[in-house]
Each structure stands twice: as structure tokens, then as C-alpha cells.
Write a protein that binds this ligand. Structure first.
Ligand code: IMP
Length: 193
């Protein structure tokens, strides 16, 4: 079976290829499938946005398509930045600017509980849908630590490991991360579909 990944992110493509190749699934990029779809993420949940992306690429390519939507939800901020994680603070900020803004908005706040969330959706041309959600709980650090990873990794502290995501190896992170968990569940559901 062939699946198109609704994303331009090469890291996501490789990750999905590795996990699904064991099932005999071939994961194609949008370019491989001859489509280039720009989807507005107008949903109000991770699940809705993952569906919007997967559905649009499935329609354009005529092939089953998979998408993920993810972000960081902070309890004391009522779940923000959440689905807006990639755009927190507006277009002028980079990854470092975004996590610094988050630390600033959490200054003096003692309740540091937060979690990463990942929602995966696969849409098939016959109307079937396979969905999976993964979460990873943690606490927000007071200052960034670690060099690896991307996004909010340097300020996401995992109490069990006593390290931030940015201090973990890719293997260590994948074993417990929201995306790793969602992908493992997605793989099991795909086998049953
Ligand atoms: P998406 O690619 O539209 O789902 O955007 C997800 C955004 O959430 C990214 O741009 C990051 O800011 C953040 N994010 C999601 N997963 C992670 C992660 O594993 N580490 C750090 N930041 C993440």
C-alpha cells in the first residue's frame, strides 16, 4: 500500500517511513505523489487540523494520505499555545523567540504542568479514516537546557528522566514522545484496518 504524507517536513517523512516500512507500507512525499497542497489549518482541535490536511491531500492525489498535527499545551495557560504552537507570538518569531515568549508568559507561575499532544489522521479514498492520538506529560522548565531537538524541546522537562526533550537522544525521545506514542498506536490501528 502507498500512503502520501501531507507535510513538507523531511524529518516527519523519514520517521513515518521507518515505522511503516515494517508493515509493507510505502510512504510518499507530496512531491513523490505529484501534489503540492496548501491547507489552511482552520480547525479548533489537533484532530480537526490533522483531518483537514490529510483529507485535502487524499482528494488531490487520489491516494490514501496521512497527516499529523501537534503542539504544546500548558495547564496554567488553559492549554495555550496548543494548536497555535507553531505560530505562537506571530510570524516574526523563530523557535527560540517562541519558547522565550512562553517562559515570559509563565514568569512567576508555580503550576508548570504541560503536555505535548500529537494527532494523526489517515484518510482513504473510500471514506475510511484511521486516527490516533498520543500525549506526553511534563513540566515547563524555568530556563532552556539542551541542544538537540526542535521547537519547545529545550523547555520541556520530563520528570522521570530529569532531562528536557532537548537533552534526550532521538531514540530516547521517540520512545516516550507524543508523536512516538501516536505513531505506535496508528501503526497498530492501520494493521487492523
Ligand atoms: P505542526 O507541524 O503544524 O503540527 O506544528 C507543531 C508545532 O508544535 C511545532 O512547530 C513546534 O513548535 C511544536 N511541537 C510539536 N512537536 C514538538 C516536539 O516534539 N518538540 C518541540 N516542539 C514541538
Amino acid at each position: 500500500m502507498k500512503l502520501v504524507l501531507a507535510s513538507r517536513n523531511q524529518k516527519k517523512l523519514r520517521e513515518l517511513q521507518e515505522i511503516l516500512s515494517e508493515l509493507g507500507v510505502e510512504v510518499l512525499s507530496e512531491a513523490d505523489a505529484g501534489v503540492d497542497v496548501d491547507v489552511e489549518e482552520t480547525g479548533t482541535t489537533f484532530e480537526e487540523n490533522a483531518f483537514l490536511k490529510a483529507h485535502a491531500v487524499m482528494e488531490a492525489s487520489g491516494l490514501p494520505a496521512v497527516a499529523d498535527d501537534s503542539g504544546l499545551c500548558v495547564d496554567a495557560l488553559n492549554g495555550a499555545p496548543g494548536i497555535y504552537s507553531a505560530r505562537y507570538g506571530g510570524p516574526g518569531l523563530d523557535d527560540v523567540g517562541r519558547y522565550q515568549l512562553l517562559l515570559e508568559n509563565m514568569r512567576g507561575q508555580l503550576d508548570r504542568r504541560c503536555r505535548f499532544v500529537s494527532a494523526i489522521c489517515c484518510c482513504f479514498p473510500d471514506g475510511r479514516r484511521v486516527e490516533a492520538r498520543g500525549e506526553c506529560p511534563g513540566t515547563l522548565a524555568y530556563a532552556p537546557k539542551g541542544e538537540d531537538g526542535f521547537g519547545y524541546d529545550p523547555i520541556f522537562f520530563v520528570p522521570e528522566q530529569k532531562k528536557t526533550f532537548a537533552e534526550l537522544s532521538a531514540e530516547e525521545k521517540n520512545a516516550i514522545s507524543h508523536r512516538g506514542r501516536a505513531l505506535a498506536l496508528f501503526r497498530r490501528k492501520l494493521e487492523e484496518a
